[in-house]
Design a protein around this ligand. Structure first.
Ligand SMILES: Cc1ncc(C[n+]2csc(CCOP(=O)(O)OP(=O)(O)O)c2C)c(N)n1
Ligand code: SF4
Length: 262
């Protein structure tokens, strides 16, 4: 099989804009799932609302497209009702960290055996480009026309501090690494959180000096700092430049988890 065997081709063409990063993340996730040898009947995808949350609709397994911010609550119900199911959640930065922020924290704390793949485009894409909790300071959006004056959430830092067993961050440039991270998350018992920074050319890129899709992908490549290098810099007392972000496996631990089938 390949990732294509998991796609619901009768739902194509998809709704995504040309150059949207979400397709890359869907491909990486399905490729990782394909290597797990799971049957479609035992795999469920859950999402909230947003462009990112439309992903389960293109996948051939059972899925739940729920209400904005509530994917983790529905996913928790599914997993606790039937721990034999593999439950994977697709979400966006707005869905997960704004309206769904409380569910996110507590799902990490409970360490429920779920895998969350967050397509973080740093904006509300579906509703036309409002600022989200991950919009970088200074970035333009429809609700921050002079540049955001708020600090952005570090989603991985949040997941790790709240108790998730597995946490990793990659981008739409790091296709192989992202696929491996999703696979590691799927294998890890307890709550797994994989953040994928993605481009939204329609609502983020064009307002923030990424005139072409490739410009933002180049930015992801040139401003990503591997966690091992970041750790070395901290040990040497060097400051990590504020426009850089850390990528890699950011937490891997064995806290007791809920919903793991014994
Ligand atoms: C309760 C509720 N509030 C607000 C909305 C409007 N809404 C739909 S999608 C969305 C934001 C989506 O942003 P994100 O989760 O980052 O996903 P993206 O579209 O960027 O992938 C909002 C505010 C809604 N559908 N329901
Ligand atoms: S609005 Fe942005 S996130 Fe939504 S499909 Fe278009 S490019 Fe992708």
């Amino acid at each position: 099989m390949t990732y294509a065997d998991w796609l619901r081709e009768d739902r194509l063409p998809h709704i995504y804009c040309a150059g949207c990063g979400n397709g890359t993340v869907i491909n990486c996730t399905l490729s990782a799932i394909d290597t797990m040898g799971w049957r479609k009947e035992e795999t469920v995808f859950v999402s909230g609302i947003g462009c990112s949350s439309r992903a389960p609709g293109y996948i051939i397994t059972d899925s739940l497209h729920t209400t904005h911010g509530r994917a983790l609550a529905f996913a928790t119900g599914i997993k606790l009702a039937n721990p034999a199911l593999h439950v994977v959640i697709f979400t966006g930065d707005g869905d997960l960290a704004a309206i769904g922020g409380n569910h996110f924290i507590h799902a990490c704390r409970r360490n429920i055996d779920l895998t969350v793949v967050c397509m973080n485009n740093m904006i509300y894409g579906m509703t036309g480009g409002q600022g989200s909790p991950t919009t970088p300071t200074g970035a333009l959006s429809t609700t921050t026309p002079y540049g955001s004056n708020e600090a952005a959430f570090d989603l991985c830092g949040l997941a790790s501090a709240a108790g998730a067993n597995y946490v990793a961050r990659w981008t739409s440039y790091h296709v192989k690494e992202l696929t491996h991270a999703v696979r590691a998350g799927l294998e890890s018992p307890g709550f797994s959180f994989i953040e994928a920074l993605v481009q939204c050319p329609t609502n983020y890129g064009r307002r923030n000096k990424f005139r072409q899709v490739i410009d933002q992908i180049e930015y992801f490549k040139s401003h990503a700092l591997l966690v091992q290098k970041a750790d070395r810099m901290r040990e040497e007392g060097k400051e990590i430049p504020s426009d850089m972000f850390v990528i890699g496996e950011l937490a891997k631990r064995n806290r007791p988890a809920l919903g793991v089938q014994r």
